[in-house]
Design a protein around this ligand. Structure first.
Ligand code: PEP
Ligand code: MN
Length: 337
């Protein structure tokens, strides 16, 4: 449940309610809006049934939250969350594009990519250092050496960076080198990993699981926020369906649905959604037109030689063209780019 305080509620009154909640062994999370403070109660709320909270000073109303996710729920935090990554803000009035190779392969590849994507207008460099591949015999990533290269690219270009983490050890290493941690589709319900990235306080890009419902996805976000880290950005990357023409099926309806259920920003990854380069631009346009806060697009200096996901990666000319065509659409949707 959430407790909505009156606009003029005094800090003392808010503190009294928090103390009451905590005395019952529950957690109180404060959401300070522009006008009102909302207190989210997490735990067994039956403990509060006999407390008559409505009659306390400063309390406006009690709203039950029937969904299992509370802190990622729009009822708890009606204003959109804006997540700062480096000097870029996701979820505000800017369209944010993340781009780069599926996997960090070597120094030249990462630096060439960072310089080229910056020129195209991209704000965040992506690059995988820990590569969870469907086959154990495929390239598995450079691990910490890859993170070091991402850090160098950040220093050379000033671009913020995002890297996937696949284990607790990877989290420990990545916090030293990158600006945002990515939880991949295959780890969306790895709850220990979610808690660990929650504890870092760094922004987290949470990809939708291959077969996850929207409610399961928002519950995964809840694990991160419950650790005290509200900096979560969701990423729709396609789900498993019966369709085989594309690698996954991009669920564009997730964008307005997430916007109606949650305050978290959402971006779209048409590269992993389709697995096919020639569909990436059309679906990027669709995502922006549907209200996405950003895009994640794989790019590579020479996709034909990429160690992973070459068939869906754009070269820099194609990325530049995509950015130029997206620009007027972003403006139409009220986003700067
Ligand atoms: C990736 O972004 O590198 C990746 C592996 O994506 P996903 O987890 O969406 O498959
Ligand atoms: Mn990839």
């Amino acid at each position: 449940m959430i407790i909505v305080m009156k606009p003029q509620a005094k800090p003392d009154s808010i503190q009294k309610i928090v103390a009451l909640i905590e005395a019952k062994g529950l957690e109180a999370h404060l959401s300070d809006g522009k006008d009102v403070t909302i207190i989210g109660v997490v735990g067994d709320k039956s403990q509060l049934l006999d407390q008559n909270i409505e009659i306390y000073d400063g309390v406006d109303k009690i709203v039950p939250v029937t969904e299992s996710y509370k802190l990622s729920n729009k009822k708890y935090h009606p204003n959109p969350t804006i997540v700062k990554v480096g000097s870029t803000f996701i979820g505000g009035d800017e369209l944010v594009i993340m781009s780069g190779p599926c996997a960090v392969e070597n120094r030249d590849q990462v630096l060439e990519t960072a310089i080229a994507i910056k020129k195209a207008g991209v704000q965040i460099l992506r690059g995988g250092a820990y590569k969870p591949r469907t086959s154990p015999y495929s390239f598995q990533g450079l691990e910490e050496e890859g993170l070091v290269l991402m850090k160098e690219a950040q220093e050379v270009t000033g671009l913020a960076t995002v890297c996937e983490v696949t284990s607790l050890d990877a989290v420990e290493a990545a916090v030293k080198y990158v600006d945002m941690l990515q939880i991949g589709a295959r780890n969306m319900q790895n709850f220990y990993l979610l808690k660990e990235v929650g504890k870092t306080g760094l922004p987290v890009l949470l990809k939708r699981g291959l077969s996850a419902t929207i409610d399961e996805w928002l519950n995964a976000a809840e694990y991160i926020i419950a650790e005290g880290n509200p900096n979560v950005v969701l990423c729709e990357r396609g789900i498993r369906t019966f369709e085989t023409a594309t690698r996954n099926t991009l669920d564009l309806s997730a964008i307005p649905i997430i916007k109606s259920k949650s305050h978290l920003p959402i971006i779209v990854d048409p590269s992993h959604a389709t697995g096919v380069r020639k569909y990436v631009k059309a679906l990027s346009m669709g995502a922006v037109a549907t209200g996405a806060d950003g895009l994640m697009i794989e790019s590579h200096p020479n996709p034909a030689t990429a160690l992973s996901d070459g068939p869906q990666s754009l070269n820099f000319e194609q990325l530049n063209e995509l950015c130029n065509e997206i620009r007027p659409l972003a403006h139409l949707m009220g986003k700067k780019f």
